[in-house]
Design a protein around this ligand. Structure first.
Ligand SMILES: C[S@@+](CC[C@H](N)C(=O)[O-])C[C@H]1O[C@@H](n2cnc3c(N)ncnc32)[C@H](O)[C@@H]1O
Length: 317
C-alpha cells in the first residue's frame, strides 16, 4: 500500500491521541518547538513538510507566522484545511485532546511560552496543499524555517532528496527542525527479548531480524516493519530508523549545521513501545509511565531514544 493511502485511512482518527506513545512524543516535541524555535528565532515564514493535519503548522501560525503545510496524503490536507478556518488555540486544548495529565501540563507550558509572543491574537490561518517532499513547489530560499516532524522522513524512501529540497527552499541562516525515528533505543533489546519469548510482547520480529538490527554497522540506517491501524486489523509498513552520526553526515553534505539535539522516549522506553501504543492504557501503566516520564524530562543530556530531534541552521549570509 502506498504511504499516502495508509495515512488517508487514518485521517478521521489522526488527531484523537489516546495512547501514551504519541501523547508523549507530541507533548515533548511541541514544547521543544515552542521554546527552542518560536521563542528563540521567531520565524515569520514557515514551511511544514509532511504536515499531516497540521499540528506544528498551527503552533507557528498561532504566533503570527505565515505558514504553508504540505503533505502527500490528500485526506489529511483536507482535515488541516477545515481546522484552519476555525482554529482557536485556547479551545483546541492546544493541538490534540487531553487524555493524560502530562498533556495538560505541557499544554500549559506551551501556552505560556506562546503567550510571550501574543498567542492567538496574531493568528494567520496556515495554507495547506498536497505536495511531495521530494519535489517542493517553492522557489529557492523562500522560508525562514522548515519543520519536518512526526517522523515524516522515516516514511520517505529517498529521504536524501527530501533533505536537499528542504535545504534549497530554506533561506541562508534559516532554521530547520527535524524529528525522525531513531535506531538506537531500548526497543532494540525489547525486540530480541520478544523473539525469545515467542512474540509475548507483540513486536513479531524473528530473532534473526532482531539480532541483525543490532549488529549492522553502527551508523547505518535500518528499515523495520511498523504496524499501523488497530491491532485487529494492522497495516504493515516499512519505517526507516536513523542514526545521529548518519544524519550529521548527511546534513554536512548540505549547508546545514546542527545547533542542538534532543531525544524523546529514552527512559519511557523502559516500557516496551508495544505497550505504549495501547489505546486507553490501564492505570498501572499510566502511573509507571508518569514516573519514567518525570525522569526523562529531568535528565539534562539526551540519552539514546526512539525519536531524534535536530535543530539545524543553514550556513551562509
Ligand atoms: C506521522 S505523519 C506526521 C504528520 C505531522 N507532521 C505530525 O506531526 O502530526 C507523517 C506524514 O508524512 C507524510 N509523508 C510521507 N511521505 C511524504 C512525502 N514524500 N511528501 C510529503 N509528505 C509525506 C504522510 O502523509 C504523513 O502525513
Amino acid at each position: 500500500m502506498e504511504v499516502a493511502e495508509i495515512f488517508n485511512k487514518m485521517a478521521n482518527e489522526y488527531d484523537d491521541i489516546h495512547d501514551l506513545w504519541y501523547a508523549w512524543l507530541f507533548s515533548r516535541l511541541h514544547f521543544i518547538i515552542a521554546r527552542e524555535v518560536i521563542c528563540r528565532y521567531n520565524p515569520q515564514t514557515v514551511l511544514d513538510v509532511g504536515c499531516g493535519t497540521g499540528f506544528q503548522s498551527f503552533l507557528h501560525s498561532a504566533v503570527g507566522a505565515r505558514v504553508v503545510g504540505v503533505d502527500i496524503a490528500e485526506d489529511l490536507i483536507e482535515i488541516a484545511k477545515k481546522k484552519s478556518s476555525s482554529f482557536n488555540l485556547n479551545k483546541e486544548k492546544v493541538l490534540f485532546p487531553v487524555y493524560f495529565d502530562f498533556v495538560d501540563k505541557y499544554n500549559r507550558l506551551i501556552f505560556s511560552l506562546l503567550r510571550e509572543r501574543n498567542v492567538g491574537e496574531k493568528y494567520i490561518p496556515p495554507s495547506f496543499q498536497v505536495a511531495d517532499a521530494r519535489s517542493l513547489p517553492f522557489p529557492n530560499e523562500s522560508f525562514d524555517h522548515v519543520n519536518c516532524a512526526g517522523s515524516t522522513l522515516s516514511f520517505i524512501d529517498d529521504h536524501h532528496l527530501a533533505l536537499s529540497e528542504i535545504e534549497r527552499v530554506l533561506r541562508p541562516s534559516g532554521t530547520f527542525l527535524l524529528e525522525v525515528e531513531s535506531r538506537w533505543n531500548i526497543d532494540l533489546l525489547w525486540t530480541v527479548i520478544d523473539a525469545v519469548l515467542r512474540n509475548r510482547l507483540g513486536y513479531g520480529t524473528s530473532l534473526r531480524e532482531a539480532m541483525s538490527a543490532i549488529f549492522m554497522p553502527p551508523t547505518e540506517y535500518i528499515s523495520v516493519d511498523y504496524p499501523f491501524g488497530n491491532p485487529e486489523n494492522p497495516i504493515n509498513m516499512k519505517i526507516k530508523l536513523f542514526t545521529v552520526k548518519g544524519l550529521k553526515r548527511e546534513f554536512s553534505e548540505f549547508r546545514l549545521k546542527v545547533l542542538k539535539k534532543w531525544t524523546i522516549h529514552s527512559i519511557t522506553n523502559l516500557i516496551p513501545s508495544t505497550y505504549l501504543d495501547m489505546t486507553n492504557p490501564p492505570t498501572w501503566l499510566r502511573n509507571l509511565f508518569s514516573f519514567l516520564a518525570k525522569i526523562e524530562e529531568r535528565i539534562p543530556i539526551s540519552l539514546p531514544g526512539c525519536s531524534i530531534v535536530f535543530l539545524a541552521q543553514k550556513k551562509g549570509e
